[in-house]
Write a protein that binds this ligand. Structure first.
Ligand code: NCD
Length: 309
């Protein structure tokens, strides 16, 4: 049984190197089986509950597809407005209820720290699918898996994280994984949306090589990979502030042509207008390949935390 059996997946900075290696290797193995048309039955007889209190397309559907690909079954709350949360039920009471129905729980909730709170309330494994502006570990894992596939290896790369680094939970989780491979980082954000200082300081304490800038074109001249994110509209108290900042940077073909040759472009999606549609035809535009990698990575996570890899 693996080191991850029975564990929660709540953030990336608490994963050991061994656990990280195991997740990536298991995902690679599952992807190979799927590519060869094989069928897996690891999760037969198991039930996954997906509880999404915030919008989602990719994360929920890829978790559900992952469970089905492993021969398991899925139950879900179709719309939180129709669940007992709308009657004022606490999060811990909701998950304690769901624990009676399912073997593993995937949760997305607008409150930072909510996944930890859910995990503390139950004994089945809980996987954080995004806790407000906090963390999104499974996205970061599929991002690292994607970089490895696109670039061959992670060591020695220079990478730009661009966009709403303050409110974007994917970049918080991702930065902690990237620094383990010695990846040099540019943080490029519009003023007021910079990476939270406590995260940057924490990363630097761990030896990270980070440069902060607001000049995306200049950063891309030195970068092997750019990870573009959208401005997180739901996290703005003032709609006028969102209107002022949205569209403050756009990756288009003009910028790609000025960038380091071979630039790989990632985005957790959904995009709004930060990558021009013309870029989709560029061979380094990897964001839809990145989406597909969500399935084997989430298969690996489901199987590992339930001891069925
Ligand atoms: C991200 C999220 O929900 O944080 N989306 C995703 O899971 N693929 C990024 C975003 O919504 O901007």
């Amino acid at each position: 049984m693996s080191v991850l059996c029975g564990k929660d997946i709540l953030r990336t900075d608490t994963l050991s190197d061994e656990e990280l290696g195991l997740i990536l290797a298991t995902a690679t193995r599952f992807e190979e089986v799927l590519r060869n048309g094989g069928r897996l039955t690891n999760m037969e007889g198991q039930i996954l509950a997906t509880l999404f209190f915030e919008p989602s397309t990719r994360t929920r559907l890829s978790f559900e597809a992952a469970m089905l690909r492993l021969g398991g079954k899925v139950i879900t709350v179709a719309d939180p407005k129709t669940s007992s949360a709308a009657k004022g039920e606490s999060l811990s009471d909701s998950v304690r209820t769901v624990e009676g129905y399912a073997d593993v729980i995937v949760i997305r909730h607008p409150q930072k720290g909510s996944a930890q709170e859910a995990a503390d309330a139950v004994s089945v494994p809980v996987i954080n699918a995004g806790d407000g502006a906090g963390h999104h570990p499974t996205q970061a894992l599929l991002d690292v898996y994607t970089i490895q596939k696109e670039k061959g290896c992670l060591e020695g790369l220079t990478m730009t994280l661009a966009g709403d680094l303050k409110n974007g939970r994917t970049v918080h989780s991702l930065a902690y994984l990237l620094i383990r491979f010695g990846i040099r980082l540019f943080f490029v954000a519009p003023p007021s949306l910079e990476m939270p200082a406590e995260i940057t300081e924490d990363l630097r304490r761990q030896g990270a090589n980070i440069r902060e800038s607001s000049d995306l074109a200049a950063a891309l001249r030195e970068s092997d990979v750019v990870y573009v994110t959208r401005i997180q509209q739901a996290r703005f108290a003032d709609p006028a502030e969102y209107e002022r900042l949205k569209g403050s940077y756009v990756v288009d073909m003009g910028m790609v042509r000025q960038a380091k040759p071979g630039l790989t472009i990632l985005h957790p999606l959904p995009r709004v207008d930060e990558i021009a549609p013309e870029v989709d035809a560029y061979e380094g535009a990897a964001y839809f390949r990145q989406v597909a990698n969500g399935v084997p990575v989430r298969m690996a996570l489901l199987a590992l935390v339930t001891g069925r890899e």
